[in-house]
Design a protein around this ligand. Structure first.
Ligand code: NAD
Length: 509
C-alpha cells in the first residue's frame, strides 16, 4: 500500500512565498527612504486577518515639499537624457517587477485583500506590461502625436530647451516642440495599488517628467516595494518620490505650487475637490474617477458566457473596481434564465483567504469600506429591491461580504444610482435596444459598459450610443497597456494607457 502522506505532501505553493517587508517604511524621497519630518507613522493592516503588516510614514506638508523639491531638482537631467537612456531605466523597472512578481502579488493580496489569483494573473503582469509598453515610447515621442514634433527636455529655468539643429535643421526648426510637463503629482486609490502606480509612472517617466506619487493609505506597500526596485535599478535620485499618508497628504501634493501636472485616480467626490483646489493655477489635470457601469445582456447572447461576464464584471476584486459592471440590464425574455444561472454561479464562488489560490472573492479592503457596503445594502432593501446573497460562511476575523444582488431594482433606487464599490449587483430588465441604451446612460457616470449579443452589427450600433469610455463586447474587464482607458461625464477626463496616455504628460510648444 502506498503511504498517503508520501503522495499528498506537496512542496509549498508559490503563493507561500512571503515578500521581504520592513517593519517600518519612511517616505522615498531623493532616491532614499527617509524619516517623516514630523516623525508620525500609521499602520497598514491585512484586511483578511486584521493583523498589522507594517508601519508607514504619515506625510506632512514638509515631507511633500521635500519630495517636490527633489523631483524639481531631478527634472532637467532626467528630461534631457536621450529617450533611449530613459527607456533603459523603465525596461529595468519592468523586468524587476516581473522577477519579483510572486513577492509583489503576495504583498498586494496581503495589504489589499484581493485574491492571489487576481494579483498574480492580472495586477502584477499588467503593471509590468505598462512599464514595458511605455519604455518603448521613450525614444519615439517625436512620432507619438499627430503631426509629430521634436522632443526636448526642460532646462534649469523650468522652460523647454531649444531644439538642437542637426544637419537638415531648417526643416526641423519648423517642427513643433514637444516637452515634458515637469513635476507630476500623482494620487492613486487602493483597489489596484501597484497597477495604478504603473499607469501613472510609466507614461510620465517615458515623457521625461519627474514624479511625486501618493499611494492610498490602506495599500501603500507595493508602491514602497516599487521604491526598492527604483533603488536597485539605480533610477536617478528624485525622479520618482513616494510620499505616504491619507487624504491630507494627497491634498498637499496636488496643491503644491511646484507641481505642474496632477494625475488623480479615485472617487468622483475627491476628484471634484481637486478640480476646485487647482482651478486657475495652470496645472494640467487628468481625473480617473468613479463609475456605475452597465452590463447589457440581449436575448440572443450566449447566456452561459454572459453569466460569466456578469460575475467577472461585478465580483472581480470584490467589486472594488471603478469600471465594475454594477448595473446589469437583461432583456426581459431571458431575465428568468439569466438570474437563475447567475445565482447558481454566485453560489459556487469561494469567498475567503486571499492567499489561497482557489479563492474567487477575497476580503473587503477596509472596515470603513465594509460599513459603506453594508449601508448600501440596507438602503437597497429599504428601496424595495429583492435582495439575494450567496450562502456560506466567512472567516471569523477580517472584513467580508459575500457576493449579492438586488432584483427588481427601480432606476431611482440608491443601488442603481450610486457607486457602491463592493460585491453588490443591481439587476434590471429592458425590452428594446433603445430602452437598454436609455437606461444604461441614465447615470452621472460614463466609464465603461459591456454588451452581450450574438449579432456583431448590433454590438457596434449599441456601442456607438453608450456614454462610456470603454465598451467591452461579449467580454468584460479586459485591459491592455496599448489600449486607452478613461471616462466621460462624472467618471473624469483624460486617458491612461496607449499613446493617448502619453498626451497629458507632454506639452506642445
Ligand atoms: P478616494 O478618492 O477616497 O481616494 C483616492 C486617493 O486620494 C487616496 O490616495 C486618498 O488618500 C487621496 N485623497 C483623499 N482625499 C484627497 C484630497 N482632498 N486631495 C488629494 N488626495 C486625496 O478613493 P478611494 O476610495 O481610494 O478609491 C475608490 C475610488 O476610486 C472609486 O470611486 C473608484 O471608482 C475610483 N477609481 C477610478 C479608477 C479609474 O480609472 N477611473 C480606477 C480605480 C479607482
Amino acid at each position: 500500500m502506498i503511504e498517503s502522506a508520501g503522495i499528498f505532501e506537496y512542496a509549498t505553493a508559490p503563493e507561500g512565498v512571503r515578500p521581504t517587508l520592513r517593519d517600518r517604511y519612511g517616505h522615498f524621497i531623493g532616491g532614499a527612504f527617509v524619516e517623516p519630518a514630523e516623525g508620525e507613522y500609521f499602520r497598514t493592516i491585512n484586511p483578511a486577518t486584521e493583523e498589522v503588516i507594517a508601519e508607514v510614514a504619515e506625510g506632512s506638508k514638509a515631507d511633500v515639499d521635500r519630495a517636490v523639491n527633489a523631483a524639481r531638482e531631478a527634472l532637467p537631467a532626467w528630461s534631457a537624457l536621450p529617450g533611449v537612456e530613459r527607456a533603459k531605466y523603465i525596461y529595468r523597472i519592468a523586468r524587476r517587477v516581473q522577477e519579483l512578481s510572486r513577492e509583489l502579488a503576495v504583498a498586494e493580496s496581503m495589504d489589499g485583500g484581493k485574491p492571489i489569483r487576481e494579483s498574480r494573473d492580472v495586477d502584477v503582469p499588467l503593471a509590468a506590461q505598462h512599464f514595458f509598453y511605455y519604455a518603448g515610447w521613450a525614444d519615439k515621442l517625436g512620432y507619438a502625436f499627430a503631426g509629430g514634433g521634436k522632443f526636448v527636455g526642460i532646462g534649469e529655468d523650468g522652460a523647454p530647451l531649444t531644439p538642437a539643429l542637426s544637419p537638415g535643421g531648417e526643416r526641423e526648426q519648423r517642427h513643433r516642440v514637444i516637452s515634458p510637463v515637469g513635476v507630476c503629482g500623482q494620487v492613486i486609490p487602493w483597489n489596484f495599488p501597484l497597477l495604478m502606480a504603473s499607469w501613472k509612472l510609466g507614461p510620465a517617466l517615458a515623457a521625461g517628467n519627474t514624479c511625486v506619487l501618493k499611494p492610498a493609505e490602506t495599500t501603500p506597500l507595493t508602491a514602497l516595494m516599487l521604491a526598492e526596485i527604483f533603488e536597485e535599478v539605480e533610477l536617478p535620485a528624485g525622479v520618482v518620490n513616494i510620499v505616504t499618508g491619507a487624504g491630507a497628504t494627497g491634498a498637499a501634493v496636488v496643491e503644491h505650487p511646484g507641481v505642474n501636472k496632477v494625475a488623480f485616480t479615485g472617487s468622483t467626490e475627491v476628484g471634484k475637490k481637486i478640480a476646485h483646489a487647482i482651478a486657475g493655477t495652470g496645472k494640467k489635470l487628468t481625473l480617473e474617477l468613479g463609475g456605475k457601469s452597465p452590463n447589457i445582456v440581449f436575448e440572443d447572447a450566449s447566456i452561459d458566457q454572459a453569466v460569466e461576464g456578469i460575475v467577472q464584471g461585478i465580483y472581480f476584486n470584490q467589486g472594488h473596481v471603478c469600471c465594475a459592471g454594477s448595473r446589469v440590464f437583461v432583456q426581459e425574455s431571458v431575465a428568468g434564465e439569466v438570474i437563475a444561472k447567475l445565482k447558481r454561479r454566485m453560489g459556487e464562488l469561494r469567498v475567503g483567504d486571499p492567499l489561497d489560490k482557489n479563492t474567487d472573492v477575497g476580503a473587503i479592503n477596509s472596515a470603513a469600506q465594509l460599513s459603506t457596503i453594508e449601508r448600501y445594502i440596507d438602503a437597497g432593501k429599504s428601496d424595495g429591491g429583492a435582495f439575494w446573497q450567496a450562502g456560506g460562511g466567512v472567516p471569523s476575523s477580517g472584513y467580508w461580504c459575500r457576493p449579492c444582488l438586488f432584483e427588481g431594482v427601480q432606476p431611482s433606487a440608491v443601488v442603481a444610482r450610486e457607486e457602491i464599490f463592493g460585491p453588490v449587483l443591481a439587476v434590471m430588465t429592458f425590452r428594446t435596444p433603445a430602452e437598454a441604451i436609455q437606461r444604461a446612460n441614465n447615470t452621472p457616470y460614463g466609464l465603461a459598459a459591456g454588451v452581450w449579443t450574438d449579432k456583431g452589427s448590433k454590438i457596434f450600433e449599441i456601442a456607438k450610443w453608450l456614454d462610456a469610455g470603454v465598451v467591452w463586447l461579449n467580454t468584460y474587464n479586459k485591459f491592455d497597456a496599448a489600449s486607452p482607458f478613461g471616462g466621460f461625464k462624472e467618471s473624469g477626463f483624460g486617458r491612461e494607457g496607449g499613446v493617448h496616455g502619453l498626451r497629458s504628460y507632454v506639452t506642445f510648444g
